[in-house]
Ligand binder design. Structure first.
Ligand code: ACO
Length: 323
């Protein structure tokens, strides 16, 4: 019998400080109206001084372990998606491993910016399906505020901090109706590297750097690439758009989310959207949205859940799951 990764629990953490659009408009030349109309974002959470990506990740991880009823010593894998590691090395995942009290197995980071959670989920799913791990935590955690140029109104209004986590367990799948991850599909196109990047790094400037973005360029690629990834996922599983119960997209911009929902023919009541309250939390956005919808009972066992995301690289992908 084939192994499948089932999602056993979700966790989330958002820093307590909330920054409204009105507060941002006292720092840069912007308005609440402009931000809401172009993005749907109304506020974002920002980590406190000294609050690190690993702190956010540990809080979300503890939530996922509690929701799944699994203790950290049963874990044999942590895959942490982040663009904002505590340090250039070691992997932030190893700090999380120690904080959770997990002493065996392996923990490492994956970097695919806003698509990072989908990439991390794909890596962990493959470990579980191959029998190389039995219980895995997949975490998306970001202190993206630390990469922002707070004088650039084109980017500083878009992002926020947070973390989300899912606990995966390998289970025998009797047939295709078994719950768990059905497929993951990953893509990158390095020719679009300059559309969205950080202008620093250990090997280039020796400084951390700040986010630089061609917003319209990213927007132009987003819906087309995501739509193709979704078509690919549905076709691989012999499903059609109307089979999807929930779209849980990367939360970058409500207009991109609406474009994807229209393409799938899904009404807003079938789309999990947190972008108004969280803004774009990069790799954390999908697991934060999953944790919210799982926590309030929207996601029900057996439902088809479609996750998709795109970010710097460009990197994009999808995950289709039976909840
Ligand atoms: N407040 C007020 N005005 C602003 C702001 C702001 N915060 N930011 C830009 N503007 C101005 C610009 O300077 C420009 O002014 P000008 O006409 O005088 O030159 C005007 O608004 C229009 O700027 P555009 O960049 O053309 O605005 P657009 O409608 O494209 O919206 C946005 C910008 C929201 C960034 C949009 O392009 C977008 O959402 N792109 C997707 C990018 C994205 O989501 N990135 C996140 C990371 S990647 C991912 O997660 C998918």
């Amino acid at each position: 019998m084939a192994l499948r990764s089932r999602i056993l629990g979700c966790g989330a953490y958002l820093p307590s400080r909330v920054v409204s659009n009105a507060e941002l408009s006292t720092r840069v030349d912007t308005t609440d109206e402009w931000i809401v109309q172009r993005t749907g974002i109304r506020q974002r959470h920002v980590a406190a001084d000294g609050e690190l990506t690993s702190d956010l990740a540990v809080a979300a991880a503890r939530g996922a372990l509690a929701a799944g009823g699994v203790s950290a010593d049963a874990l044999d894998l942590i895959v942490l998606a982040t663009t904002t590691p505590d340090h250039t090395f070691p992997a932030t995942a190893t700090k999380v491993q120690a904080a959770l009290g997990m002493t065996g197995g392996a923990a490492f980071d994956v970097q695919a910016v806003c698509a990072g959670f989908i990439f991390a989920l794909a890596v962990a799913d493959n470990f579980l399906r191959l029998g190389q791990a039995r219980k895995a935590l997949v975490i998306g955690a970001e202190t993206f505020s630390r990469l922002l140029d707070w004088n650039d109104r084109g980017t500083c209004v878009l992002f926020g901090d947070g973390a989300g986590a899912v606990l995966l367990g390998a289970e025998e799948a009797a047939d295709n109706k078994a719950r768990g991850i059905l497929s993951t599909h990953l893509h990158t196109d390095g020719r679009t590297y300059d559309l969205l990047y950080v202008d620093g790094g250990p090997s280039s400037t020796g400084q951390v750097g700040k986010v630089r973005m061609d917003g319209q360029g990213v927007f132009r690629h987003a819906v087309g690439k995501l739509a193709a990834a979704v078509d690919e996922a549905l076709a691989a599983n012999g499903l059609v758009a109307s089979d999807v119960d929930w779209l849980v997209p990367h939360q970058a911009n409500q207009r991109i989310i609406d474009g994807m929902a229209r393409k799938l023919g899904l009404g807003p009541e079938r789309v999990v959207s947190t972008v108004a309250r969280h803004a774009n939390t990069s790799a954390a956005s999908i697991p934060l949205a999953l944790a919210e919808a799982a926590g309030d009972g929207r996601l029900k066992p057996g439902q088809i859940v479609l996750m998709e995301g795109i970010g710097g690289g460009l990197a994009w992908g999808s995950c289709l799951a039976r909840w």
